[in-house]
Write a protein that binds this ligand. Structure first.
Ligand code: GLN
Length: 484
């Protein structure tokens, strides 16, 4: 049963093959069995999960069950959960119990889903390897000496090892898609504003977006049906009609025009990855898609622009963690300034401090025009590149990450090489577009993801293509050894 997708679990619950309580116990047992070796959960919510499961069983018995009622889910520890610790992977929030639920959590609760635990993540979602977490690194179930990717690495590892049938993630510069790629699962980053950011602890507000991390595109569609939509409590939430994301999954993709950016297949891409992604694209051609080379000429500017914009916004967002209004407070401060300095100095880790310093620098008088303003201008160029491309093609395909899962400690002391590995994901956030990563094969026994990028609010189309791809391939069904 633990190998089932959300869609299969929904049928099993509906046909009374299993109760939500039994299912929840099964996943909690797996979490307890494997969390010591994978470290993908910061908190396992045994009591709350069992109470939610019992109430889901009652809801079903009363005939009020929705598609995902009674199904366990793991939540990235960036989403505020009422009464449950929400740490954001930081010592700063190690003892923070949120007084309210994020909209995403509220919607899942209303749908009757069972929150089995809060997943480990890079501190304040800053990282590509999950090694910046205060709670220690997460391990990739495909090879425990490698990273699961980041920052939603706990979620990706938990779903890949089937400790949870699905999870939430957030993506500021690739944090849903890159760990999905490195762990062999499906990850959808929706259009900016499609999923509410209310109660999702902010890293870079103009880039952050929550979304599903699942085994299949069909499951991502089921989850989107629960979490997508306008939220008046998030001022950047989009007032755009919401699709039924499962409605078009089976549509033919005959005649679909796929753009292949030449910048995504050049230097810097591992040749095995290139081959696997090209084979994935051939599979889409067999299903009737037509490919054409395109250009995204400002791709090489996306990393420098992102690593100015994201730190700038983070330095502003994280100023609230001062030991007074929010967060860890140091012991015996001498005076107010000592309280601020030591609380922040002791509460934040190295990568977060590095970003705050970069952000404060690029926003400071005298440097603002040269760095922040320039980065914002580049952001427009990147958005225009995509809009020009979408005049000729329906979607864009390419790799998700430059390589497979790398070794723990391989890049942690070399931030530039860590940042460069985000080259195929960050421009999507700078433009605010939706994109999905789907398992496309294996290189040296480690998973490889293929990325599909759509125009604004075209999540349904991405899910349709990804679903057709998954019906024609088996990569998404592979389970890491020892977790079958
Ligand atoms: N790796 C990127 C960063 O460190 C993206 C992180 C994210 O998407 N949250 O900023």
């Amino acid at each position: 049963m633990h190998l089932s997708t959300l869609a299969q679990l929904s049928t099993a619950l509906e046909s009374k093959q299993i109760s939500s309580e039994e299912l929840t116990r099964l996943y909690l047992d797996r979490c307890n069995q494997f969390n010591d070796s994978l470290n993908c959960f910061i908190t396992i919510n045994k009591d709350i999960a069992l109470a939610q499961a019992k109430s889901a069983d009652k809801q079903r018995a009363a005939g009020n069950a929705l598609a995902l009622t009674g199904i366990p889910i793991a939540q990235k520890d960036i989403f505020c959960t009422k009464g449950i610790k929400t740490s954001c992977g930081s010592k700063m929030l190690d003892n923070f119990i949120a007084p309210y639920d994020a909209t995403v959590i509220e919607k899942m609760n209303l749908a009757g889903m069972v929150n089995i635990g809060k997943t480990n993540m890079d501190e304040f979602a800053m990282g590509s390897s999950n090694e910046t977490s205060f709670y220690g690194p997460v391990r990739n179930p495909w090879d425990k000496d490698t990273v699961p990717g980041g920052s939603s690495g706990g979620s990706a590892s938990a779903v890949a090892a089937r400790l949870s049938p699905a999870a939430t993630g957030t993506d500021t510069g690739g944090s849903i898609r890159q760990p999905a790629s490195l762990c062999g699962i499906t990850g959808l980053k929706p259009t900016y504003g499609r999923v509410s950011r209310y109660g999702m602890i902010a890293f870079a507000s103009s880039l952050d977006q929550g979304g599903p991390m699942t085994q299949t595109a069909e499951d991502a569609a089921l989850m989107m049906n629960v979490i997508a939509g306008f939220d008046e409590r998030d001022s950047t939430s989009a007032e755009h009609p919401v699709d039924d994301y499962t409605a078009n999954l089976n549509e033919s993709i005959e005649g679909l025009k796929i753009g292949l950016p030449k910048e995504y297949f050049g230097a810097g891409l591992d040749s095995n990855i290139a081959k696997i992604v090209e084979d994935g694209i051939k599979e889409l051609e067999k299903l009737g898609a037509v490919c054409k080379e395109i250009e995204l000429p400002n791709t090489q500017l996306s990393i420098p622009a992102y690593y100015v914009v994201a730190p700038a916004e983070c330095s502003s967002n994280l100023s609230r963690f001062d030991g007074v209004r929010f967060g860890y407070r140091c012991e015996d401060p001498k005076d107010l300034s000592d309280l601020y300095c030591r609380s922040r100095g002791e509460g934040f880790g190295k990568e977060v401090k590095r970003r705050i310093m970069i952000g404060a620098y690029v926003l400071s008088a005298g440097y603002y025009d040269a760095y922040y303003l320039k980065a914002q201008q580049i952001r427009h160029l990147i958005r225009d590149d995509f809009q020009n491309a979408f005049k000729n093609v329906d979607v864009i395909a390419g790799p998700t990450a430059t390589g497979t899962a790398f070794k723990l400690n391989e890049k942690i002391n070399d931030p530039i090489s860590m940042y460069l590995s985000d080259i195929y994901t960050v421009s999507v956030n700078l433009a605010g577009l939706p994109a999905i990563s789907v398992p496309a094969g294996f290189s040296n026994k480690l998973p490889v993801g293929m990325q599909l990028i759509g125009n604004y609010f075209e999540e349904s189309r991405l899910l349709n293509i990804a679903h057709r791809f998954q019906q024609a391939t088996d990569h998404h069904k592979a389970i890491p050894g020892g977790f079958e």
